[in-house]
Design a binder for this molecule. Structure first.
Ligand code: GLN
Length: 507
């Protein structure tokens, strides 16, 4: 029984809770038990809010018993990246800087989840302030990939992705600045979507690089991600970059999965040298499945994508250096050396020196340098021009095709520690995902089988024009359908025997 709850899809759990075949409390308990059983090994969570989750679940049960009609995910548990403020619940961004801080308000995304009756189990691990591709820069230790505990689960949202892959939660929410939803999705065999920039609210999300950051859904199936997307997306007057437009029809698209007649462009610059042969093989097969489903496949060149990573590592740190100036030892969290003898400036310097990790400091320093008056045009200015060229590549591509596809990542999950001393290799994890952030277009990563080389998950990325997020889901659903096991299962289901107490063993 418990295992059947753990492996069910979120949409199925929501339907059974609405039909009163299951209570929100029993579903929530099953996932809290699973977290208790496996999170010692996976370390997806920084904080489990068992009491709060059960109280939310009881509230949902009462509302349903009273005959209230709630949304499709009411009573379904979710793991929340610890970058989203939740009133009264510890929120750390995986940094010592915010240890012990409890936000006085909830992010718009958090509030929309609670209003929809989604039960928040706790806060998941990430790279410190979302800066990283492996969760190894978390001040509280890494998360481990449920496919192989010696490997990284991606980052920065590795905790959210690992929680899904180890059946600790059927839903999760992440943020994506350069790939932090999609890259963890790819390397854990789960689904992750970065909506159109402005499609989901950043209000109450701890800022990394504001012109790139975007919250989005994570799940094990395409439909579950779409249902979650529909809950968290939509205009928010509290975010000045929020788009005042209807939410694209993502749920309909995920249910349909019809790509007949769709024009799909394969980005010629994303692939080839430096990519794992196993990743390229599964990607090519994925594209073949889409062709077999009726899509027309063409090659499309986006010549400026090759400069995206370099430009990102100027624009992102510039915004980081300005956003993280707010941690001044006065307003939030930690304060070091405030013994009454030191000046405010000294306390600030001691606190920032002590409480920020190396990667965060590195980016603040690079960003401050890139923005300094003598270098502003040479670095930040040039990077902004590259950003425009990337956006134009997308525009030109979408004049020819409906969506673009690429591998989500150049490689499968690497070993813990393998890239911590090789920053270029670490940063290269996001080669395929960064262009979409630079242009603000929607993009998702979808499971595309296991690499024949190492048996680890491979992701296929779908990118669409602004506000055409539904096309991302349509293609994702077509791929999911083509790759489904005879029982309709998805890739992560293959993990169930390893992680759930009494699931049927693999044949
Ligand atoms: N891995 C990328 C970085 O380190 C992206 C992070 C993110 O999307 N938050 O900047």
């Amino acid at each position: 029984m418990a295992a059947a709850i753990l492996t069910a899809t979120a949409s199925d759990l929501g339907a059974r809770i609405a039909a009163r075949e299951l209570t929100a409390v029993e579903v929530t308990r099953a996932f809290l038990d699973q977290i208790g059983r496996v999170d010692g090994a996976v370390h997806a969570f920084l904080h489990v809010d068992a009491e709060g989750a059960l109280a939310q679940a009881r509230g949902v049960d009462e509302r349903l018993d009273a005959g209230e009609a709630l949304g499709p995910l009411a009573g379904v548990p979710l793991a929340l990246k610890d970058l989203f403020c939740q009133e009264g619940v510890p929120t750390t961004a995986a940094s010592r800087m915010l240890e012990g801080w409890r936000p006085p308000y909830s992010a718009t995304v958090t509030q929309r989840l609670l209003d929809a009756g989604v039960v928040i189990l706790g806060k998941t691990n990430l790279d410190e302030f979302a800066m990283g591709s492996s969760t190894e820069t978390s001040a509280f230790g890494p998360t481990y990939n449920p496919w192989d505990l010696a490997r990284i689960p991606g980052g920065s949202g590795g905790g959210s992705a690992a929680a899904l892959a180890s059946f600790e939660a059927p839903l999760a929410v992440g943020t994506d600045t350069g790939g932090s939803i999609r890259q963890p999705g790819a390397v854990t065999g789960t689904v992750g979507v970065k909506p159109t920039y402005g499609g989901t609210s950043r209000f109450g999300v701890i800022a990394m690089a504001s012109s790139l950051d975007q919250p989005g859904p994570c799940a094990r199936t395409v439909l579950d991600a779409a249902l979650l997307h529909a809950i968290i997306a939509g205009h928010d007057p509290q975010d000045s970059t929020s788009i005042d437009a209807p939410v694209p029809p993502v749920v309909e698209a995920a249910r349909s999965g019809d790509v007949a007649g769709m024009r799909i462009g394969v980005v010629t610059e994303l692939g080839g040298e430096g990519y794992d042969p196993g990743v390229l093989r599964r990607f090519t097969e994925g594209v073949a499945h889409l062709r077999a489903a009726g899509a027309e496949i063409v090659d499309v060149s986006c010549p400026h994508f090759r400069y995206a990573l370099g430009a990102y590592y100027l624009i992102m740190p510039s915004e980081v250096s300005s956003n993280l100036a707010r941690y001044d030892a006065i307003r939030y969290g930690r304060r070091v050396g405030d013994d009454g003898t030191r000046s405010t400036e000294e306390v600030m310097r001691l606190t920032r020196g002590d409480a920020f990790g190396d990667e965060v400091k590195r980016r603040i320093i690079i960003g401050t340098y890139a923005l300094s008056s003598g270098y502003y045009d040479a670095y930040y200015g040039s990077a902004q021009k590259v950003r425009t060229l990337i956006a134009r590549d997308f525009e030109a591509a979408f004049a020819q095709v409906d969506v673009l596809v690429s591998p989500s990542t150049p490689t499968t999950a690497f070993k813990i520690g393998e890239r911590t001393d090789d920053l270029l290799a670490m940063y290269a994890s996001d080669l395929c995902t960064i262009p979409a952030n630079m242009a603000g277009v929607p993009a998702g990563s979808f499971p595309c089988g296991l690499s024949p080389e190492d048996g680890l998950p491979v992701g296929l990325q779908v990118m669409a024009p602004p506000l055409a997020d539904d096309r991302v889901y349509r293609v994702g659903a077509a791929l999911e359908r083509a790759l489904a096991a005879p029982d309709g299962g998805v890739l992560s289901d293959r993990l169930a025997p390893r992680w759930t107490p009494d699931a049927p063993k693999e044949a």
